[in-house]
Design a protein around this ligand. Structure first.
Ligand SMILES: [Zn+2]
Length: 154
């Protein structure tokens, strides 16, 4: 089976998100019957997902925003049927591009920065990028990637 990462994230938000920001990926993981454990992961990794035990391991040495993104990313691996996955600290560029990682990142961006919230803030408020990143509790880099993909930033 193959899933569309963004549609999957929207569906999960509809079912499990209470509408408050920032989106809490731990609450959503629990509603999906996924365990979230801090530590226990390989120290070289930001996080990993063990499909057999339905467990997401998070590196607690990362910043809180990074941890949130990693949890959302690992939820993506879980719901997109990717099986067990590590998430390395290595940035994925074209040379080591991997489809599953790309899909999990698309899922995470959609989950943590819901499209309705982005559209509302941009069209109805004067909010700046820095504040917007704070409201979503994401890195400004993650927000910029999201806004570029949506055509709001060049
Ligand atoms: Zn991954």
């Amino acid at each position: 089976m193959s899933f569309n990462p963004q549609e999957m994230a929207k569906d999960i938000l509809l079912r499990y998100w209470d509408g408050s920001l920032p989106v809490n990926p731990v609450t959503i993981a629990k509603k999906l019957d996924l365990n979230v454990i801090y530590g226990g992961a390989d120290l070289e990794l930001s996080g990993s997902f063990d499909a057999d035990s339905h467990t997401i391991f998070i590196n607690e040495d990362d910043s809180l925003n990074k941890q949130r993104f990693t949890i959302a990313h690992e939820i993506g691996h879980a719901v997109l049927g990717h099986g067990s996955s590590p998430r390395t600290k290595i940035r994925y560029n074209q040379a080591n591009f991997q489809l599953k990682e790309y899909e999990a990142n698309l899922f995470a961006a959609e989950l943590l920065m819901p499209i309705e919230a982005i559209n509302y803030m941009i069209k109805q408020t004067e909010i700046g990028l820095k504040e917007m990143a704070e409201v979503f509790s994401v890195s400004s880099q993650a927000l910029e990637i999201r806004l570029k993909r949506l055509g709001y930033l060049l």
